[in-house]
Ligand binder design. Structure first.
Ligand code: PBG
Length: 360
């Protein structure tokens, strides 16, 4: 720095008196960078989604490398491992045997079903871990839809649709069943109208006023859910008369203000947390919602986002750890309080190791 500046003929030297602001000074060492960093990511911000089935073996998911469909004992191991690194919230996704599926998805509120049993086991062994459940019919639906498929007649036209109000009744039964088993947070992901209010009223009427609702507020009709539907064999059925996609209930990827409208309704209906899904292509939605609500925002880094990072990392094209930590940090910067991510267990471990965060 004390060196006199070299002059190149024809290139005028940079004049310090004109360059009063040099932003690089705030980036010069890790000590300064971490001092001025606006956003931090901690293991406590992560929610770990775990796939489960009733079988006793653990099944790999080919489109989600390193993710498995777990048995109940291996689910408990996953919860313990994640918790050791500071992840205190998990969400369960069941793979239901085809023989238990139906259009009305009645298995979704079987008190002896897979999800209630899993909740019970987790709460017995790890009472301090918050257990979230997904509220929607698709894992239990023979049609592969989040709601009941049925015909309506409008004028003289018959149409096959996803029945809204009939579905909401089933969702209330499902939420009550999970609450009775000990769920801490229920997360309706079905996108039916009015479901948050209906679930809130049902829970309260049965004495579960302490059970939280994290609404999938802005859930888009996204192609990034493909690997998840592979894992659970829950894609819309390829049958005549069954709607082949979820576009009549999940949101159109072109819409942002509609997310605000859904948000106002969910707030009014009593949601405790609001979710945006998928994550990375929808950072603007997180920001928009953050600026229009005082409720916590949750984002879901979905299966397709996981698969993209994993696939590139396996090719040696991306550094998995750095790309994962960067994407998760960016969700926080965009305005998310919490993040559902299949990387939760690994990311928490990396955070503890890299940043020397005190272990829980
Ligand atoms: C079902 C549900 C889906 C996901 C979470 N809950 C799939 C869908 O809507 O088809 C997707 C999550 C992911 O892709 O990781 N209601």
């Amino acid at each position: 720095n004390s060196q006199p500046k070299k002059q190149t003929p024809g290139i005028p030297p940079i004049d310090d008196s004109l360059l009063s602001s040099r932003p690089r000074r705030n980036r010069k060492t890790e000590a300064i960078r971490s001092l001025v960093r606006e956003t931090i990511l901690l293991p406590q911000h992560l929610v770990y989604p775990i796939f489960i089935h009733a079988d006793s073996y653990v099944k790999p998911i080919s489109s989600m490398p390193d993710c498995h469909v777990h048995s109940i004992p291996s689910l408990l191991e996953q919860v313990e491992l994640a918790h050791q690194w500071g992840v205190q919230n998990v969400i369960l996704f069941p793979k239901i045997d085809a023989s238990l599926k139906s259009n009305t998805a009645d298995e979704c509120y079987n008190p002896n079903g897979l999800v209630p049993r899993a909740i019970h086991e987790i709460k017995r062994k790890f009472p301090q871990v918050m257990v979230w459940t997904d509220i929607a019919l698709d894992p239990y639906s023979s049609m592969g839809h989040d709601g009941i498929v049925g015909d309506i007649v409008q004028g003289n036209q018959k149409q096959t649709v996803i029945l809204n109000d009939e579905t909401v009744e089933q969702l209330c039964r499902q939420a009550l069943c999970h609450a009775a088993a000990g769920a801490d947070v229920v997360a309706p992901s079905d996108m039916m109208d009015g479901r948050v209010g209906a679930i809130r009223r049902s829970l309260d009427a049965h004495g579960y006023s302490y059970v939280s609702i994290c609404s999938y507020t802005a859930k888009y009709a996204s192609s990034f859910y493909g690997p998840f539907r592979d894992a659970l064999e829950s894609a819309p059925a390829d049958m005549p008369g069954v709607p082949k996609d979820k576009k009549t209930y999940q949101m159109d990827p072109g819409n942002a203000w509609e997310a605000c409208r859904e948000m106002e309704l969910d707030e009014h209906e009593g949601a405790d947390m609001l979710m945006v899904k998928p994550g990375l292509p929808y950072l603007d939605i997180i920001r928009l919602m953050r600026e229009h609500t005082t409720l916590p925002i949750v984002v879901y880094q979905v299966s397709g986002e996981y698969a993209m990072i994993k696939a590139a990392a396996q090719q040696g094209w991306l550094d998995e750890k750095q790309c994962v930590l960067e994407s998760l940090l960016c969700f926080r910067r965009a305005g998310a309080n919490a993040i559902l991510t299949y990387f939760a267990k690994d990311a928490a471990k990396w955070l503890v190791e890299e940043q020397g965060i005190a272990r829980k």
